[in-house]
Every structure is written in structure tokens, then in C-alpha cells.
Ligand binder design. Structure first.
Ligand code: UDP
Ligand code: MG
Length: 318
């Protein structure tokens, strides 16, 4: 049985040798189990010697395959390309920097073999070695996104996971351009088993994710999975219109019933009018937003459901 291991690499010349050694060790350890491997390195437009290093591996090793990008397209694109290229019955995605310990793979394989689940995913339970503010924002992000979207994204979930072919095919069917894989992995469903591990620091090189890049990624994640922010306009508009109305009643009572005329004439009515119209405009924008949100969701062309099994419907197309 073939197992595909996908390694997205961006400027990883220093960590790749460690990674490759670990992969070879893994393959050695699985020799008697009848498992064969393919290692798919996806070079995401690195500007260092990553491509030379990968080519060298490939020249010595038949199990090494690679895909090189013409420029840096981002890890999401690299993972998609790797999944597309994969042919294995089981497929895993691992970071090139050893932060996804390859030593966890044998037990992951075992879980799938025993049919305990369809996906074995890794989760960091500590964030030791990471800047404090980064952890804080990460925590906030998971709280926020889980409140807004339908599926649950586990805090500390990594992209590191071993999955069955059916799961990979389901993920490939979600072909939206602005990808947020953590969400997509959760969205496709299937039985998931979580393995917890402590944070491992990268073997060499530096993280490719600046705070700003992560912040953008977080926004992408929210926007990719929910159109809730569009609803803000409706809410703000409604609040403003209600406030205008309250204000109107207040001045009406003051002027008509209590006969207090201490404001500049025309000012209260003008203010009420502006507030009220502003509220209406915002609500109209929100309404437009609802439709745009629907167009957006439809344009993603996601499947309506994903099958895990069927019986009595002829051969499953998967
Ligand atoms: N990566 C990539 N393209 C990018 C950025 C990162 O393929 O534009 C890869 C990188 O080579 C590594 C993985 O994604 O294998 C995770 O990146 P990194 O370790 O820098 O992120 P961190 O672990 O710090 O979140
Ligand atoms: Mg890393």
C-alpha cells in the first residue's frame, strides 16, 4: 500500500536534509509492514537552494517526487498541489521544518489501518517557544472564528494530518482559490482522531510567517467561511434608525407637549432626519450584502454534501 507524504517547502534548504533523513528512517521502519512511500516535495518558489536540494534527493531516491512553482504562491497552494499530485491510499502533509514530527506517522498509520477513523490530525497542546502575543492572538482567533462558522476548528490544530484517499478527493473537490485549509479540513467532515503533541521548534531556518502575514491569514479564514461581517451594516443601520426614532420622540414630547423651546429651531428635526436616512441607507447596504454574500457562497461551488460511504446506489463515484 502506497502512502504519500507531502512537504511544502519555501526557503528550506537548511531544514530539508533533516527532514529527508527522518523520512528515510520512517520508510526503513515500515519496511516489514508492506507499506511503500512517495515523498512529494512542493517547492513554493524558494529563492535559496531548496530546488537543488530536492533535485539531489530525487536523483538518489526513486520515492522522491517534486513539484516546483514558478513563484511563491503560499503554503495553501503548495498543499493543494501536493494533494493533487499524490497517488497514495493514505496521504499526509508535513512541514519541512520538522515541527510536524515524522515520528508520529507510524501510530497515525496504525489508527487508519485499524479503521478507527478516516483522518488522524495533530494538535499542539503547548505553544512554548512562540512569542506570547502571537499565542494570545491565535487563541482569540480560534474563539472568534468558532463562534462565527458552522464547523469547529480546534485550537492548535495543525495542517499535519494523515488521511484516507476519500478525504483527499473531497478536499480536492473544494477548489476555491482563496483557501483556508484548516477550515476546509474541518468542513469536509469524516471521522477525525486527534493526536496531541507539545510544540517542537523548527530545526533550522526561520518561520515564513510574519505577524502581518498571519493576521491576513486569519482574516482570510473568517471571510472564507462566513459572510457574517456583511451583516454588520444591517445591524449598524438598524441601530442608527432606532436611535433616530427615539430622538425624534424625545424632541416631539419636549416641543409639542412640554413646550420647551431651548434648541436652535430646525436642528432636532434635521438631526433626526439625517440619522434616520443614514440608518435606512446602511440597512439597504446590508440587504445588498446579504445577496452578495449568497453570490459569494455560490461562487465557491462547494459540494452540497460529501459522502463517506454508500450502499445500493451502484458504484460510488466518490
Ligand atoms: N511554506 C510554504 N510557502 C510559504 C510559507 C511557508 O510552502 O509561503 C511552508 C514552509 O516551508 C514550511 C511550512 O509551510 O514547510 C510552515 O511554515 P513555517 O514553518 O515557516 O510556519 P510556522 O511553523 O512558523 O507557522
Ligand atoms: Mg514551522
Amino acid at each position: 500500500m502506497l502512502i504519500s507524504l507531502i512537504i511544502p517547502c519555501y526557503n528550506e534548504e537548511q531544514s530539508l536534509p533533516f527532514m529527508y533523513d527522518a523520512l528515510k528512517e520512517l520508510r526503513e521502519g515500515q519496511k516489514d509492514t508492506g507499506k511503500t512511500f512517495e515523498f512529494i516535495f512542493v517547492n513554493d518558489g524558494s529563492s535559496d537552494k531548496t530546488s537543488e536540494v530536492i533535485k539531489k534527493f530525487a536523483s538518489e531516491d526513486e520515492d522522491v517526487r517534486y513539484v516546483f512553482f514558478s513563484r511563491n504562491f503560499g503554503k495553501e497552494a503548495a498543499m493543494y498541489a501536493g494533494l493533487e499530485a499524490s497517488r497514495g491510499e493514505y496521504v499526509a502533509i508535513l512541514d519541512a521544518d520538522m515541527q510536524d514530527p515524522p515520528s508520529l506517522i507510524p501510530s497515525m498509520i496504525e489508527s487508519l489501518d485499524k479503521d478507527e477513523c478516516d483522518i488522524v490530525a495533530a494538535r499542539r497542546v503547548t505553544r512554548k517557544g512562540e512569542p506570547k502575543i502571537r499565542s494570545m492572538f491565535a487563541k482569540m482567533f480560534y474563539k472568534l472564528i468558532n463562534r462565527m462558522i458552522d464547523v469547529e476548528i480546534a485550537d492548535g490544530a495543525r495542517d499535519f494530518r494523515l488521511m484516507r484517499r476519500v478525504v483527499v478527493d473531497a478536499i480536492l473537490r473544494i477548489s476555491e482559490r482563496q483557501r483556508f485549509s484548516k477550515g476546509i479540513f474541518a468542513w469536509v467532515g469524516f471521522r477525525t482522531k486527534w493526536i496531541e503533541h507539545v510544540n517542537v521548534e523548527r530545526v533550522a531556518g526561520e518561520t515564513k510567517w510574519s505577524f502581518w502575514k498571519l493576521f491576513k491569514y486569519a482574516i482570510d479564514g473568517i471571510v472564507a467561511f462566513t459572510t457574517a461581517p456583511l451583516r454588520l451594516a444591517t445591524l449598524a443601520g438598524f441601530a442608527s434608525a432606532v436611535a433616530a426614532f427615539g430622538y425624534m420622540i424625545y424632541y416631539f414630547i419636549r416641543a409639542v407637549i412640554l413646550k420647551i423651546y431651548d434648541t436652535v429651531p430646525g436642528y432636532p428635526s434635521l438631526l433626526c432626519f439625517i440619522l434616520f436616512i443614514g440608518g435606512l441607507i446602511l440597512m439597504a447596504l446590508g440587504l445588498l450584502g446579504e445577496y452578495i454574500g449568497r453570490i459569494y457562497i455560490e461562487s465557491k461551488g462547494r459540494p452540497i454534501y460529501i459522502k463517506s460511504e454508500d450502499e445500493g446506489y451502484g458504484r460510488s463515484k466518490r
